[in-house]
Design a protein around this ligand. Sequence first.
Ligand SMILES: [Cu+2]
Length: 172
Amino acid sequence: MEDPVVQRREEIAEIYEKGFLALSAVMLVAFLGALAYAAFAMNIELPSDEGQLNPREVRQTEPFSDPGPGVYQTGPNEYRVVLMSSAWRFNPAEIEVPAGSEVTFVGTSADVLHGFHIEGTRVNVMMIPGQVTKITYTFREPGQHDFVCHEYCGIGHHQMYGELTVTSGGEG
Ligand SMILES: [Cu+2]
């Protein structure tokens, strides 16, 4: 016959164990739910890996050689910005798109590590030498957004900024 005190302790331990197992399951579902909400409802996504290139030959490599840095319309409401970061400027430093545009930024660095952050948006990526970064964002409201380099890149870092203008001009 087992000691009733020991038996009671084992029963209590089992209740706690089941409780914590249930709590772990609930938290797992809650965290997965939060992740799904961020990804689908809030449209938060990670910048995607567009491939690598030889950092010494950025200016001879597509799309940075051809068509080269700039803003290109790719569809009725779609734009592609080929963005070159180098000490200490962005090319292009001025970007203009109409409201409602889905803009895909394809960028890299021609020298050292830079950052690219468009204030007021979730566009916030690193520009890594040898790495091509891609991120897509839809600008719904007309307005102006400054964009800055947010990775310290040398003595001219504070001058490394640009401006993105979302014009009200047409949803077309
Ligand atoms: Cu910088």
